[in-house]
Ligand binder design. Structure first.
Ligand code: HGY
Ligand code: MN
Ligand code: MN
Length: 420
């Protein structure tokens, strides 16, 4: 790109940080950011971003699954696109950068290109995915899966905590769920997908690096367990005659921790609900979720099987029943070698020694891998903290990420589909 001067780090970094603050204020309320799919907060965020995209010379639309997709046309209309984006939704009481950085960096990059009047032989599309975290419906990545053509329409019947199906939530959001299959992209229309994301881990900070390149992602399971015992009077039922669903579930929760740690996996119980939930009633029913992850699918599945057997043994010994539902599984994923090489070259061109990293977190790029070549750039975050209101990055690192993104785009040389 002759004559194009990369934006100054602080300037483009400050734009990104200011926009992250604006989006961070669009939340359900409470500590941190809570913005779930198909909510008023989701809609308000898209209204703001739609304006930023227009300023950057982009067209944008909301698709059938609630993604906002922006397009910066190439020199020729209708050219295939390099896609670069991430998710709008957050966990409960999350941070301002998980997901957001992945579309704010490309958005500021495109704005700089637009200002300089630069177009490429390819288009640039910024998909902002409706739901990646899966907080409202349990399942994950449904926005990116819809574009990749792997969305399972049965997911539309999932219900949230208020009994609203995903189908109804999408209709209420103004989407047409029956049109979801039609938004799947043709491989020939997409050259590759690049995602920018905070590392959510401590490595870059420990290495003193602002940015790194991802080469692989962990695979994972999400399992819902419902333990059913007998509710009873806290004062009259002798300890030896109880079928206490919560003490049984508590032993199960500790088994998750023990078995994951023993096999080098990570296991988390992030949600648990006790019923009837009264101070003087022995819990009759407890539901909780298990998030189990690891780099090797075979090993993870082996431990998953042993864990579910252990939960059944605990239930039998305690005279309660345990129903286990595998809500979701995603296989471990590798990034596309030629994309990794081009991402490393962009990092190096920005004066940073490229470090390749493994991602324990799941990302939309994993779903997009079913459609096209993928790579991911990680950005340093303070103490690796994420899924927490204290999530933090620096203006300088945001600027470095944007300059690296621009370097990637200007030197982007897509490889033919057969080589992907
Ligand atoms: O859970 C994850 O790995 C991601 O934040 N959705
Ligand atoms: Mn997340
Ligand atoms: Mn994320």
């Amino acid at each position: 790109m002759t004559g194009f001067a990369l934006p100054e780090i602080q300037a483009i970094g400050a734009e990104i940080m200011a926009r992250a603050e604006t989006l961070g204020a669009i939340s359900e309320g409470g500590p941190g950011v809570t913005r779930l799919t198909c909510t008023p907060e989701h809609r308000r965020a898209f209204e703001v971003i739609h304006g930023w995209m227009a300023e950057a010379g982009m067209t944008s639309h909301v698709d059938a699954v609630g993604n906002l997709v922006g397009r910066y046309d190439g020199a020729e209309p209708g050219a295939p696109a390099l896609m670069s984006g991430s998710h709008q939704d957050t966990v409960r009481q999350g941070g301002k950068y998980d997901g957001m950085l992945g579309f704010l960096v490309p958005l500021s990059g495109v704005a700089a290109l637009h200002k300089a009047g630069i177009r490429f032989p390819f288009a640039i599309e910024i998909p902002i995915f409706s739901d990646e975290e899966g907080v409202r419906y349990g399942t994950s990545l449904f926005g990116s899966k819809a574009l990749a053509g792997t969305f399972d329409l049965a997911e539309l019947e999932r219900v949230d905590a208020n009994g609203i199906t995903l189908r109804q939530a999408l209709v209420d959001f103004g989407c047409d769920p029956d049109a979801i299959p039609a938004i799947a992209r043709r491989p020939e229309d997409v050259l590759a997908f690049l995602e920018v994301h905070i590392e959510q881990g401590p490595v870059l900070e420990a290495e003193g690096l602002p940015i790194g390149v991802v080469d692989a992602f962990a695979g994972g399971d999400r399992i819902r367990v419902t333990v059913t015992g007998d509710a009873g009077h806290a004062g009259t039922v002798p300890m030896g005659r109880r079928k206490d669903a919560l003490t049984a579930a508590s032993e199960m929760v500790l088994a998750v921790e023990e078995m994951a740690a023993a096999d080098g996996l990570v296991g988390t119980v992030g949600w648990l609900e006790v019923k009837p939930g009264a101070i003087n009633v022995i819990p009759g029913s407890v539901a909780f979720t298990i998030d189990l992850r690891g780099p090797d699918d075979g090993e993870r599945r082996r431990v998953r099987g042993l864990l579910l057997e252990r939960l059944s043994e605990i239930a039998a010994r305690r005279g309660v029943s345990a129903e286990m539902e595998n809500i979701y599984e995603i296989l471990a994923q590798r990034c596309t070698p030629w994309m990794v090489r081009q991402a490393e070259a962009a990092v190096r061109a920005e004066g940073v020694e490229p470090l390749t990293l493994y991602s324990g977190a799941g990302h939309d790029a994993m779903a997009m891998a079913d459609l096209t070549a993928i790579a991911m750039l990680f950005v340093r975050c303070l103490r690796g903290v994420s899924h927490n209101p204290a999530e933090s990055i620096t203006t300088e690192d945001a600027g470095t990420a944007a300059r690296t993104w621009l370097r990637f785009v200007q030197d982007f040389r897509p490889e033919p589909i057969s080589d992907r």
